[in-house]
Design a protein around this ligand. Structure first.
Ligand SMILES: [Fe+2]
Length: 478
């Protein structure tokens, strides 16, 4: 018999787990689904099957639950399924949590010592004909693109054996998937990340190890046509600090942001390191190169509320509100400057994905206009921001709403940037259900063209992706 979860900000309100799988063949829609919107919208996020052993919780620790909304001919079907990792199956069989938080071996049940802590809860992408559920501490997990049945962990023929970040980049010009794996030698081995280039067909053709200054959390990296940048922010994991009673993962006060620049086809000996002021940065909008510089538009802040500092002190969301900033890296001198493009409280900025690694101007994002504490209460609005003109185009769902990542969805046949729609899963304050709100991409302020009713509350989650039916990534997988 499963007991109720304990009280925790990330287990209540918008975050309260529903622990529920469903299939809905034809959801009710208010408004009209455009006839040239055809494809699939996926979302991944944490949905803990059981309460933790420690009586504490972290938003990043829940078991991955994937949602798929297939859209065609003005109709929408929905399926949601947990990613059935080895961790999930072992704990379901035991009827209780076996792994410590974040897989901490000190608090895990002896029966899972040596087993892989993989929640697969962070992102969900199509590449190489496969649907992949991703989390940065383990290997990808392959799922069925229609039924979301779990097929199993994927190691690319042994070439990606340890970790694979949840933020790989697809270069639509080549079809390649470029990614990193952080902390590939675990907490005790040398601090290194693995950099890989995978062909359109899903074959790893380039895999190199890059030494990094410390055991850092490297949630994302930057890719352009010819360059790659690894930003090492001041968040690290330190087993020795933990053994002395400190936090396992912490913001390290006094440490700069360290960035490595490398040719895209390069390896460790080509890396040049440089430093910048301490920054929290988990998500970029887009990155490209122009006139000898790398332009990285990022959601960044001068600190974070996601982890304590090395002494256990915590900041609030208000102290660490993110803004959309442009980091301009001079390739020749390996140096960087920063400017704020938009100071709205922003969570996940997204481009027109088809132009990832090439110059873009439109930013789609969920933002916080009125909620008291955005990270816990949720982001209550969505924004398209034109980084060239500075024009804002936004829609507010009402105080206390939680809007997930706003993802651009090209219309069938679209060629130009931002020609199509944008969508986000929304939960309004205290509502018993959620909705998928679909906007015209260039008129967010007009409100949703169509609102798909989801007949239960979808807890706040992480990353989403839309693949139109004419996208090669969709056609290779479906
Ligand atoms: Fe992320």
């Amino acid at each position: 018999m499963t007991k109720a979860f304990f009280d925790h900000p990330y287990l209540s309100g918008h975050h309260e787990p529903v622990r529920f799988e469903a299939s809905a063949p034809d959801l009710i829609v208010d408004g009209e689904i455009p006839s040239d919107l055809s494809g699939v919208f996926y979302r991944n996020g944490p949905e803990p099957l059981y309460p933790t052993r420690e009586g504490d919780y972290h938003w990043f620790d829940g078991d991955g639950m994937v949602y798929a909304f297939h859209i065609a001919d003005g109709r929408v079907s929905m399926t949601n399924r947990w990613v059935r990792t080895e961790k999930f199956e072992l704990e379901k069989a035991a009827g209780k949590r076996l792994f410590g938080m974040f897989g901490n071996p000190m608090t895990s049940d002896p029966s899972v010592q040596g087993k892989t802590y993989n929640t697969a809860n962070t992102n969900i992408i199509l590449h190489g004909g496969k649907l992949l559920a991703l989390m940065e501490g383990a290997r990808p997990v392959v799922m069925g693109p229609h039924d979301l049945g779990t097929i199993g962990e994927h190691d690319y023929g042994g070439k990606i054996a340890t970790t694979f970040s949840a933020h790989p980049k697809v270069d639509y010009a080549t079809g390649e998937l470029i990614n990193i794996g952080a902390m590939i030698n675990g907490y005790m081995g040398p601090a290194e990340l693995q950099y890989t280039i995978t062909t359109r067909e899903g074959v790893v053709r380039h895999a190199v190890n890059i030494p990094v200054p410390h055991m850092a959390l490297v949630h994302t990296f930057f890719l352009t046509e010819n360059w790659v940048v690894f930003p090492i922010i001041p968040i690290d994991s330190d087993l020795q600090r933990f053994m002395k009673g400190g936090p396992m993962t912490a913001w390290n006060n006094g440490r700069p942001t360290k960035l490595a620049i490398m040719p895209r086809e390069g390896s460790a000996e080509d890396v040049r390191w440089f430093e910048f002021d301490p920054r929290h940065m988990f998500h970029e909008l887009n990155v490209w190169e122009e006139n000898g510089g790398i332009f990285a538009d990022v959601a960044a802040a001068n600190g974070t509320a996601l982890f304590p500092d090395q002494d256990g002190n915590r900041l609030t969301h208000g102290d660490t509100q993110q803004s959309l900033r442009r980091w301009t890296i001079d390739i020749a001198s390996a140096s960087m400057k920063e400017e704020v493009l938009n100071d709205r409280d922003i969570q996940f900025p997204r481009p027109d994905d088809r132009l990832m690694t090439r110059k873009t101007r439109h930013s789609f994002a969920n933002i916080n206009l009125k909620s008291r504490d955005g990270r816990v209460e949720g982001m209550d609005a969505v924004l398209r921001f034109d980084t060239e003109s500075g024009h804002e185009d936004f829609y507010h769902f009402g105080a206390g709403s939680a809007a997930g990542e706003l993802v651009f969805a090209p219309r069938i046949g679209a060629a130009d940037e931002a020609d199509g729609y944008a969508m986000s899963i929304v939960h309004r304050a205290n509502a018993p259900a959620s909705e998928l709100a679909i906007f015209a991409a260039k008129d967010i302020a007009a409100g949703p063209l169509a609102t798909v009713r989801i007949p239960f509350r979808v807890p706040s989650g992480f990353h989403c992706n839309y693949y139109s039916a004419d996208n090669p990534l969709y056609q290779e997988a479906m």
